[in-house]
Write a protein that binds this ligand. Structure first.
Ligand code: NAI
Length: 700
């Protein structure tokens, strides 16, 4: 049973007990209704208290039940709340620590509410693309007032109980407890005080009024439209709260339910729920049990104080972990430190970081030119030049000096982690930690698992990732790992599109309209077109048969590397980042087409988006099949957190599932017929073909 029943004199106490946050799963719901029946049947009981054991009152729906029939099994949450409202004896909700979602809707059905200070109160459903579905949109405006309720429902953000208690005229809390420790005693006292008062007060009977009614909701709609962009739920929150002010309570409930169910089936809601589940799944490695012992990481060393070394260092300083940076020359260290300071000072300037915090962080940073000074570090991350010879020298040195059990990590973006591990006598301690630039900002961390990487090393770095607030996704060893291996195909398609008739601006605009943060050409200009050039030069050697558009090489031959050279696919005004379409580039592409004998054709935005996105999907299917990624949702996480894939589409695999894999494969076969494209690449990957044949999806 996930709810316990105890008797305290003449008051029954139902304690939700479903760790970690007392999710309102079937057993818990049943426990509540059983408890209510028992208390109502017992003549010695005068009132009932509902509270939560451990770390929460309740975090709402039980995520273990998401998408399963159990979630709807009676008593569902609506029935539980109805049973509470209908209890003949007063029910007091005693809330502490967390009361969110259903964990707030339940108390709103109770006759009285008491909260401990510091209790986080929220209706976060909007974050999953939904609106509250168990009366939250109808009762919270009645209990708290229309405006503060709508703010909470539209943002989904938690507000501390003591702040809500200060809202003028609020009826959300009948009382604030002195502390979480005294909450139960105070709740019992409140229950006894109210035991004989009839009729029992119900939130549903309170009025929900706004003095400027229509004008206010018009204003709210305009605000929400700007913020919500691609998501339908926030505007629906406004509709539902407005209904609370205009409709009878029961009609409002029906209205809320209808919206809730309709939203549930939208691709945006599915994408957000997928993201929620994918994030949790990514932290688990199929063959590394959750109880694998972890190594202790109390201090970190970083080799190389360049772009990446500096950013990586900041992550650890932010988390309060001391870092020692090593370079070859003092000047390089000085430069690295100056950049870190500049970044922090910008944050201080914007009011995002307090001066004393900044100083505390810098105090955790030390530097050295001597490897012996690193020997005690628990984790060392190498971020030196991307050359195997340089990595070899560094890892041989690390193998010599580092204490036994230290984790040796490389931030390489393209090199073979197994080879790097082989430079040491401890390949089990070597792992890839592929940060993304800027490393202090980007959420994604690809954890590259070498053939010999020990399980406890993996378990440790996954936990370190959490400490430094990264989304870690495990990748096997291959060229480009998950993210860059896929983006290479995407860039190749962007090149073909130019050759066939597009301009860079047209391609960028189409994919940005689809929702990408930045199109491939603006992205190239930002990252530096020379990086792709270097990779292609290597590819021309390794894979001479691979088809490429030459346009990007021609651009680089003109020295147009992007923003850093003041010109790339676009023109840039000095000191500005605005991409201005370049006639020179358009002429360059046209000349190239003529030389190739290509007659340009008009290409639709739809074709641009399909070719770019499906190129990611097909490569990803190979990656999945090869076991480089352990699940499709991991690939989605990589693209959502590291490559600006539109959140409302749920990642490339989820998007392909939504379009239908049959349709995706059909399009690929059509692209394979295009003589200017790469027919071989567009053969649907075997895994994709299999899923189509079986009528299945990537994400199951
Ligand atoms: P960078 O050129 O900005 O910095 C490299 C630093 O390493 C320089 O300060 C250099 O003095 C130092 N260094 C070189 N050899 C050294 C040695 N033997 N001992 C100590 N220090 C040494 O390069 P960046 O961009 O920071 O890249 C570093 C690594 O991170 C590379 O492996 C790169 O592939 C990888 N990476 C780069 C990303 C990027 O966007 N820049 C993204 C992800 C990974």
């Amino acid at each position: 049973m996930s709810a316990e029943y105890q008797v305290h004199g003449d008051v029954a106490v139902i304690t939700l007990n479903n760790p970690p946050v007392n999710g309102l799963g079937y057993d818990t719901r049943k426990g509540i209704t059983d408890g209510l029946e028992r208390a109502n049947a017992d003549a010695a009981i005068k009132a009932i208290v509902i509270t939560g054991a451990g770390k929460a009152f309740s975090g709402g729906a039980d995520i273990k039940e998401f998408g399963t029939p159990k979630a709807l099994q009676e008593p569902n949450l609506l029935s539980v709340i109805l049973a509470v409202e209908n209890s003949a004896k007063p029910v007091v909700a005693a809330m502490h620590t967390i009361a969110m979602g259903g964990g707030l809707e339940l108390p709103l059905g109770c006759h009285y509410r008491i909260a401990a200070p510091g209790c986080k109160i929220a209706l976060p459903e909007v974050k999953l693309g939904l609106i509250p579905g168990a009366g939250g949109t109808q009762r919270l405006p009645r209990a708290l007032g229309v405006e503060p309720a709508l703010n909470m429902i539209v943002s989904g953000e938690p507000v501390p109980s003591e702040m809500l208690a200060m809202v003028p005229g609020q009826k959300l809390f009948d009382k604030m407890a002195k502390s979480a420790e005294t909450l139960l005693d105070e709740a019992l006292a409140l229950a006894r005080e109210k035991a004989d008062i009839r009729p029992l007060p119900l939130v549903r009977n309170l009025p929900a009024k706004h003095p400027q009614g229509d004008a206010y909701f018009q204003f709210a709609r305009n605000m929400v439209k700007g913020m919500a962009k691609n998501f339908p739920a926030p505007a629906k929150c406004v509709d539902a709260v407005e209904a609370a002010t205009k409709k009878k309570f029961d009609d409002g409930m029906v209205f809320e339910r209808e919206i809730f169910i309709n939203l549930m089936w939208t691709p945006e809601c599915r994408a957000l729920r997928h993201l929620f589940a994918a994030e949790r799944a990514a932290s688990k490695i199929p063959d590394v049990p959750e109880d694998t012992p972890k190594r202790e990481i109390k201090s970190v060393a970083v080799i190389g104080a360049g772009t990446m070394g500096g950013g990586i260092t900041m992550n650890f300083l932010n988390a309060g972990i001391p870092v020692k940076m090593l370079e070859m020359k003092q000047e390089a260290l000085d430069r690295g430190i100056a950049t870190i300071r500049k970044n922090y000072e910008a944050q201080v300037g914007k009011g995002k970081l307090k001066q004393d915090k900044y100083e505390q962080r810098m105090a955790l940073l030390s530097t050295t030119l001597n490897y012996d000074d690193l020997k005690d570090a628990d984790l060392v991350i190498e971020a030196v030049f991307e050359e195997m010879g340089v990595k070899e020298a560094v890892f041989k040195k690390l193998d010599e000096v580092m204490k036994p059990g230290a984790i040796l990590a490389s931030n390489t973006s393209t090199l073979d982690v197994n080879k790097i591990a082989s430079f040491t006598k401890r390949p089990q301690d070597v792992v890839g930690l592929h940060f993304f630039s800027p490393a202090n900002v980007m959420k994604l961390l690809e954890v590259v698992r070498g053939a010999k990487t020990a399980k406890d090393v993996l378990a440790t770095v996954m936990s370190v990732a959490k400490t430094i607030k990264k989304t870690a996704v495990v990748s096997g060893v291959c060229d480009g790992f998950i993210g860059n291996r896929m983006i290479e195909q995407y860039s190749r398609q962007a090149g073909f599109l130019l050759e066939e008739g597009c301009t860079p601006a047209q391609v960028d605009k189409a994919i940005e309209k689809f929702g990408f943060a930045m199109g491939p050409f603006r992205m190239g200009d930002l990252a530096g077109n020379d990086i792709g050039w270097a990779i292609r030069k290597r590819r021309y050697q390794e894979k001479p048969g691979m088809k490429y558009s030459k346009t990007a090489d021609l651009l680089c031959e003109l020295g147009r590397f992007g923003q850093k050279t003041g010109a790339g696919w676009y023109d840039y005004k000095p000191g500005k980042r605005d991409a201005i379409p370049s006639q020179l580039v358009v002429d360059m592409v046209e000349k190239h087409r003529k030389e190739m004998g290509i007659t340009p054709r008009k290409i639709s935005d739809e074709e641009i988006v399909q070719r770019l996105v499906y190129s990611l999907v097909n490569e990803a299917a190979h990656i999945l099949e090869e076991g480089i990624a352990s699940r499709a949702s991991d690939i989605d996480m990589v693209y959502l957190t590291g490559y600006g894939f539109p959140i409302h589409r749920g990642g490339p695999m989820q998007y392909a599932d939504t379009v239908g894999l049959f349709n995706v494969a059909q399009s690929m076969k059509r692209f394979a017929q295009n003589p200017l494209d790469d027919a071989q690449f567009w053969q649907p990957a075997p895994l994709l073909a299999r899923l189509v044949a079986e009528g299945k999806t990537f994400n199951g």
